[in-house]
Write a protein that binds this ligand. Structure first.
Ligand code: ZN
Length: 228
């Protein structure tokens, strides 16, 4: 009996070790493959230090001015200057918040009202912890700005129909939507309709089509029923 228990224990121990081994391997392989698939040689180092874009821009849009800065975590291979230029284009897009009187924005390098940080998954989780568990996958909006998960920035989202560059509009528009005071999320307004930007599209589209812009081409707000 004692011997049997012992061998059961050893067996269970081995099974657990194998299970953990598989999990670790699967997680490592999954992370590695997904990460390296973009061919840009990103890695998972998370130094937790950031470089801020030095570029500044003109204010654009209508509504209360919000000055923002852009920071990128060191060692990610993403240029802070390039990210800042891209974010400025996203915010100035004709279907964005600024073009529809929901706020004006200006890229600054000093004393911003909010900061957009692009961070590795580990760092993003740490910065987002005060508002919830982002699980290495999600972006968030915290007190002093927006935290963008580098994985989403570089790889896009599995629920989004389009390349990462198009998905970045959704990241910025959604999180800046919170930044301009929209606290709640929206749901899908109906099968086949465009998903609102304030819907958590990464968690499922519920029959909607993925959409990265707050407004449609005719200038109408892409609305939906309140969610959460
Ligand atoms: Zn949100």
């Amino acid at each position: 009996m004692a011997r049997k228990r012992g061998s059961e224990k050893r067996y269970v121990g081995r099974a657990v070790a194998v299970l953990f081994g598989c999990l670790a391997l699967a997680m490592a392989a999954g992370g590695f493959v997904r990460w390296q698939d973009d061919g840009k040689g990103g890695d998972e180092r998370s130094p937790g230090t950031f470089t801020q874009a030095r570029a500044t821009g003109q204010a654009f849009g209508k509504g209360p001015l919000r000055r923002y800065s852009v920071q990128v975590e060191d060692g990610t291979g993403v240029s802070a200057e390039q990210a800042a230029r891209e974010i400025q284009k996203i915010l100035a897009h004709p279907r964005g918040w600024a073009a529809h009187g929901r706020g004006s924005f200006q890229l600054v390098a000093d004393r911003p009202d909010f900061t957009v940080r692009i961070a590795t998954p580990d760092t993003a989780d740490r910065l987002c912890a005060p508002v919830g568990d982002t699980g290495g996958e999600l972006n968030c909006e915290v007190g002093d700005g927006v935290v963008v998960n580098l994985r989403r920035w570089k790889l896009g989202s599995p629920t989004f129909d389009g390349p990462p560059a198009a998905y970045r509009h959704l990241i910025i528009n959604h999180e800046v939507g919170h930044e301009i005071g929209i606290r709640g999320h929206l749901g899908c307004p109906g099968r086949g309709r465009p998903a609102p930007v304030m819907m958590q599209q990464i968690k499922g589209l519920d029959g909607c089509r993925s959409n990265a812009y707050p407004y449609d081409a005719a200038g109408r707000y892409v609305d939906g029923p309140p969610a959460d």
